[in-house]
Design a protein around this ligand. Structure first.
Ligand code: UD1
Length: 432
């Protein structure tokens, strides 16, 4: 079992470079299946979810090489399996992108239902609705989803809820379908645009990604492409908050400021100073932080994946803050852990009331999911004394070299390994 030991109270200062976006990479890697030629994908983050995606591709017959750090050459031309078994799929929620990619390429797919989920109900009805609209039939049995179509035909897809995953899967399954597909009530996150840009760079014809109506005119073939994944907005936001929580002064490099608008605006309200440049920003804090109300909503609203981190920051602010979760049912499971560190938070359904105490105390805590883990790191960096965070495999699913980057900024953080027979960081429950 690995854990982080953080000695809190050190200001973060210096520069940090943001890695490629997890949520874009885990869709772009399966999308390579759709190509008739090898693709080169750059700026791929070194995280365990990416390793799992690459392993799935290899298990299906793709040839994966890494000519340089964070660069992968993937040759999908030898893929001869259309199945992602339970053992692999359960490790990563995003394994559902193999459904759309395999269906789009081979008109068939067999993927295990994604694994355990700590954020409440995680239905995939909207994904299935999109596949059906394109002409696929599905069966669910023994935990496997089977998709089959004689051919895929462009269609009208109207989503009942705004879903990132379903929008991505609709794109993957429709790029090669005959005729026009219109996806309405589509998600607008930057990673949707990134997937669409990648597919277009392979010869797809997708218009409107980033708006709530996306039009896809099917093409017969997709060719190889060389593409760089966008920077991770959530990693950038997490470092912004870590800097703010420690009264630090940090330059955050390799970002797209537009993707960070909702985070930037909210942090400014809390009293954090931010200066934006072309592809970097400076974030620093002088003086007290003040309360704020935060409601998470789909893009361009405040991202749910930043909710635990900003809640950790608000425990340090003066006054009472209200945080409302608008996407996931159970995203406050980390609150008990923050309470162990002295936070005063009351949760009622989707609303958390945070009485800013201005300080936190180190304590032994457990990461219950990826972003909860990030919030505990932030709390530990700001707290007095020592914080030990267990179950950091959650954090390593989505943050590239978190501990190394924090050390560079002056944090006192160590990763320690404690031998544990059951430990296999890639063999745990799937989460977002
Ligand atoms: C993605 C992100 C995750 C982020 C989430 C919301 C990846 C790999 N994960 O997850 O980090 O927290 O977007 O920004 O990109 N829903 C349905 N039916 C469906 C699908 C979703 O009702 O078929 C509901 C969900 O229960 C949830 C909401 O729609 O309440 C949004 O979920 P969705 O956008 O699909 O999240 P993911 O794509 O799984």
């Amino acid at each position: 079992m690995d854990k982080f030991i953080i000695k809190g109270g050190r200001r973060l200062t210096g520069e940090v470079t943001i890695s490629g976006a997890k949520n874009a990479a885990v869709a772009i890697l399966p999308a390579v299946i759709l190509s008739d030629e090898p693709c080169i994908i750059e700026n791929v983050p070194s995280i365990s979810d990416v390793n799992i995606s690459l392993r799935i591709l290899e298990e299906m017959g793709a040839v994966v090489e890494s000519p340089a750090n964070n660069v992968y050459r993937i040759d999908p031309t030898h893929i001869d399996k259309y199945c992602v078994p339970y053992e692999t799929a359960r490790k990563m929620r995003a394994s559902y992108y193999f459904l759309g990619a395999l269906l789009g390429k081979f008109n068939k797919a067999r993927v295990s239902m994604p694994g355990g989920c700590p954020l409440g109900d995680r239905p995939i009805d909207q994904h299935l609705k999109a596949f059906s609209a394109l002409g696929a039939e599905y069966t669910l049995s023994q935990g496997m989803i089977d998709l089959k179509a004689d051919s895929l035909k462009g269609s009208q897809i109207f989503f009942d809820v705004v879903s990132v995953g379903a929008t991505m899967n609709a794109l993957l399954a429709s790029v090669k379908a005959s005729g026009l597909t219109v996806i309405e009530n589509a998600a607008k996150e930057p990673h949707i645009v990134d997937l669409a840009n990648f597919l277009n760079s392979m010869g797809a014809n997708i218009m409107g990604a980033g708006t709530d109506v996306i039009k896809v005119r099917g093409v017969e073939h997709l060719h190889g492409a060389n593409y760089a994944v966008i920077p991770d907005q959530i990693e950038a936001g997490t470092f912004m908050i870590a800097a703010a929580a420690t009264q630090g002064d940090v330059i955050i490099k390799n970002i797209i400021p537009k993707h960070l608008e909702s985070i930037t605006k909210k942090l400014e309200k809390i009293g954090v100073n931010i200066e934006l440049y072309d592809d970097s920003l400076r974030v620093w804090t002088e003086g007290p932080l003040v309360k704020a109300n935060v409601k998470t909503t789909p893009h361009p609203g405040f991202p749910t994946d930043m909710q635990p981190q900003i809640a950790a920051l608000l425990t340090l602010a003066e006054g009472t803050s209200i945080v409302t979760e608008g996407v996931w049912e159970q995203r406050f499971r980390y609150v008990d852990e923050l309470r162990r560190m002295g936070a005063d938070i009351t949760v009622n359904g989707k609303v958390a009331l945070i009485e800013g105490t201005g300080k936190l105390m180190g304590a032994p805590v457990k990461a219950c999911d990826l972003r909860a883990g990030a919030a505990l790191i932030i709390a530990g960096l700001a707290a007095q004394g020592i914080t030990e965070i267990e179950d950091i495999y959650h954090i390593e699913r989505g943050y590239d070299c978190m501990e190394g980057k924090l050390k560079e900024l002056g944090a006192d953080i160590e990763k320690v390994s404690i031998p544990d027979k059951l430990d296999d960081k890639n063999d745990k429950k799937a989460v977002v």
